[in-house]
Design a protein around this ligand. Structure first.
Ligand code: HEC
Ligand code: HEC
Length: 143
């Protein structure tokens, strides 16, 4: 008579155990990164859109993050300082971003929002074409 009852207790005990295990294994809520030095982009920009913008800078200029963000190495620890404005390329890129927004607005009537959820007609690639400095060889150019 008591046996099925016992089995129930053991089984539900096991279920609680498994549930606790699942809860413990779940990654903690992802913390939203706080960007400290944004002067053009919105401080409310999502993590995803920020990644998108930064990766697009890299691809459209044919460079990687280190072109604009300096690295420091202490012992074996290698970190990139994204906050500092030490590198000139970052400061130029910020101005270029401003210019790009103005071009879209003035000549194409597209208002890019600073959280970068809108897409423009003009972007870095329009001029840079995958190069850090836009140089297009023009045959027998007169200009
Ligand atoms: C062509 C230059 C350029 C490249 C390449 C670039 N960035 Fe940036 N990055 C900037 C500029 C400019 C800002 C500041 C934007 C502003 O002021 O609104 C910035 C800001 C950032 C920030 C915010 C830092 C803070 O807290 O204020 C992060 C994080 C970041 N970049 C990551 C990256 C990563 C990761 C890559 C490579 C995938 C990358 N960037 C490539 C120019 C660049
Ligand atoms: C309307 C054309 C145009 C657009 C759009 C444009 N750029 Fe540029 N960019 C230039 C020109 C031209 C130069 C070279 C200036 C010079 O030679 O002094 C340059 C130079 C730069 C440089 C300096 C490179 C170096 O090694 O000296 C950076 C960094 C840069 N652009 C980033 C960007 C980013 C990021 C974007 C997109 C947000 C962008 N540019 C959009 C035309 C453009």
């Amino acid at each position: 008579m008591t046996r099925p009852y016992k089995k129930m207790i053991v089984l539900s005990g096991l279920a609680v155990f498994i549930l606790l295990g699942i809860l413990a294994a779940r990654p903690p809520e992802e913390e939203k990164p706080v960007y400290k030095n944004l002067k053009v982009l919105s401080k409310k920009i999502s993590d995803r859109d920020m990644d998108y913008v930064m990766e697009s800078f890299g691809v459209q200029l044919g460079v990687n993050c280190l072109f604009c963000h300096p690295s420091t190495q202490i012992g074996y620890q290698f970190t990139i300082d994204y906050v500092t404005d030490k590198l000139e390329n970052k400061r130029i890129a910020r101005d270029m971003l401003r210019m790009t927004m103005q071009l879209n607005k003035k000549y194409f009537n597209i208002k890019l929002n600073r959280a970068m959820t809108t897409r423009g007609r003009i972007w870095c690639r329009t001029c840079h074409y995958g190069k850090p400095v836009p140089i297009l060889p023009l045959p027998k150019s007169k200009i």
